[in-house]
Design a binder for this molecule. Structure first.
Ligand code: COA
Length: 248
């Protein structure tokens, strides 16, 4: 796909089957996430969360080279002040918003998924990768640390040793390795990626939405609880689901 800077940095489409498709659309910059893309992501994710017609979202990158090469490094240090940039991040906590969405999020990852690109995929429930996918958290090599959740989400997604190595070294891993350590659910040829992600999404969208939301909520909220408390949470959510009451 060819893109010019006049094109929107994010495309939002909705299918009749209840799937929202969000496409990071800065292929010339490997879909790096700049402030404009972040703002658009915020709006699109709110729509995913609040639109009752949307049952599942798929997140992908435009072009043939990257899901996303991470935060736009050309914007580093350009905020008027540290306080202002922190306030902007808090006001529009895109990553927190992703975590709060109790609908399945599917990442369709090809090419580079570096930095915030990798982290965004980690905030999704399922990751489908194409054979050319490369995952990395290179922030430490640049003198930063991952700050879209990577130090917390990666060790919760894959065995701790693998997570330590990726965060501390910044070295990329390929799709085969990502599959072997459980970072991705499946790997398909590049040409199949979109269709596979949409197939997976369509299957999820066809399921009872309240049950899917409750199951996701139980896993998200229970992830860091001791088993006993997790079981209580599960029982409470199961009872709420059977009574037809809405989530608290
Ligand atoms: N922010 C802004 N622009 C980026 C970018 C980023 N994170 N990643 C890539 N780009 C831009 C490049 O500047 C280049 O633009 P240009 O064509 O106008 O020069 C274009 O995307 C293509 O990237 P290029 O570096 O030429 O491709 P490559 O195949 O040689 O290398 C990467 C690909 C991903 C290895 C390399 O671009 C890279 O290391 N990017 C930074 C990744 C990163 O550190 N992300 C985390 C930031 S915390």
């Amino acid at each position: 796909m060819v893109s010019t800077s006049s094109e929107p940095p994010l495309l939002y489409e909705k299918t009749a089957g209840g799937i929202a498709r969000l496409t990071l659309n800065r292929p010339d910059a490997l879909n790096a996430i700049n402030m404009a893309a972040r703002d658009e992501l915020w709006t699109a994710l709110l729509a995913v969360r609040d639109d009752p017609d949307v049952r599942v979202a798929v997140i992908r990158g435009a072009g043939d080279r990257a899901f996303s090469a991470g935060a736009d490094i050309t914007e580093f240090g350009t905020a008027p002040s540290f306080v202002e940039s922190r306030r902007a991040r808090q006001d529009r906590d895109v990553w927190g918003l992703m975590l709060s969405i109790m609908k399945p999020l599917v990442a369709a990852v090809h090419g580079y998924a570096f930095g915030a690109g990798c982290e965004m995929s980690l905030l999704c429930d399922l990751r489908i990768a194409s054979e050319d996918a490369r995952f990395a958290l290179p922030e430490v090599t640049l003198g930063y640390i991952p700050s879209a959740g990577g130090t917390q989400t990666l060790p919760r997604a894959i065995p701790p040793g693998g997570a330590r190595e990726m965060v501390l070294s910044g070295e990329p891993i390929d799709a085969a390795r990502a599959l072997a350590i459980g970072l991705v659910n499946r790997v398909v040829p590049f040409e199949r990626l979109d269709a596979e992600a949409m197939d997976v999404a369509a299957k999820l969208a066809a399921l009872p939405p309240a049950a899917v939301a409750a199951a996701k909520e139980a896993m998200v909220r229970g992830a860091d609880l001791p088993l006993e408390q997790g079981l209580r949470l599960e029982a409470m959510i199961a009872a709420r689901l059977s009574s037809g009451a809405p989530p608290a």
